[in-house]
Write a protein that binds this ligand. Sequence first.
Ligand SMILES: Nc1ncnc2c1ncn2[C@@H]1O[C@H](COP(=O)(O)OP(=O)(O)OP(=O)(O)O)[C@@H](O)[C@H]1O
Length: 343
Amino acid sequence: MTLLQLEGVSVRFGERAVASALDGVDLAVAEHEIVCVLGPSGSGKSTLLRVVAGLQPVADGRVLLGGADQAAVPVHRRGVGLMFQDHQLFPHRDVGGNVAFGLRMRGASKRSSEARVTELLELVGLPGAQGRAVASLSGGEQQRVALARALAPSPRLLMLDEPLGQLDRGLRERLVVELQGLFSRLGTTVLAVTHDQGEAFALADRVVVMRDGRIAQAGTPLEVWQRPASEFVARFLGFENVVPAELSAGVAATPWGKVPVPAGSPAGEHQVLIRPAGVVLSAVGLGCEVVSRTFRGTHVALLLRPEVGPVLEAECGLEGAPAVGDRVSVGFAPAEVVVLPGE
Ligand SMILES: Nc1ncnc2c1ncn2[C@@H]1O[C@H](COP(=O)(O)OP(=O)(O)OP(=O)(O)O)[C@@H](O)[C@H]1O
């Protein structure tokens, strides 16, 4: 069932603003779904969260929660939990006081609120931390307390704005896994905003990529990764091998020469993406010089300067990876070639 629905939501800042911070956004989030909104700085991600929370009025469109229009519903009655990047814990309250804050505000008794705090601190992996001072917590622990505080009133929708933004990479990767487990156990519906695609892809059931206040693509992480909907999305995901090409009869004429494309690809002029895994070292093919190579754990990422065309990103196995300055030749694997729809 749909929990959150945005219908043609637009937000404009300033009367004469030419561009909209949000421009006719349609989005539905199902109950128990985890949706991550991704996009470059200024694409409207935070504005989207603020609209849903009721912190930002809309110029056009509607926000529905559980089917009910929220236009006249104030922030504290929407039943949404918010957790921001800087987690804004109250420095003068202890951990228990921070987690209990929303409960006491809603009129919970001291006893029921204490029981809930105990439960939540156990849930986020900080059992018995009630009496600790906020200043004595590590960044990761503060993050857990902020999460416990947001979850305490059992919001029907939990919204996270760059939830792991300030933590170091290792901790982030661990917390993403924990969060995912926690949300799936609790059946929490989550709308999260992040600029970190790794985080979004690890956490989300569905990712939404934004550009200039509009949704550029929405889909499962696998769908978006395998079939970026445009050059913008492909480049945002970090793919660099995107070129214009003329397609006919299963072959694309590209600046790198002829590249086989998947069966059923359209003919005519299109942008073509070749994922690095599709640029394969081979005995014959396009001659290239190795410009750089980076060890990535499971493979080696290569940057190649071909005889013709722009630089090419390639991947190869750890065994026998060429060195910088080596001359190699490459072929192309059609399974890793994506013909991008026009923008
Ligand atoms: N209070 C405001 N007044 C005027 N313009 C604003 C205001 N808040 C946001 N904007 C503009 O609206 C657009 C969207 O901003 P928003 O903060 O939603 O982007 P974002 O994707 O969350 O960016 P970031 O990743 O940098 O946080 C930007 O162009 C921004 O400058």
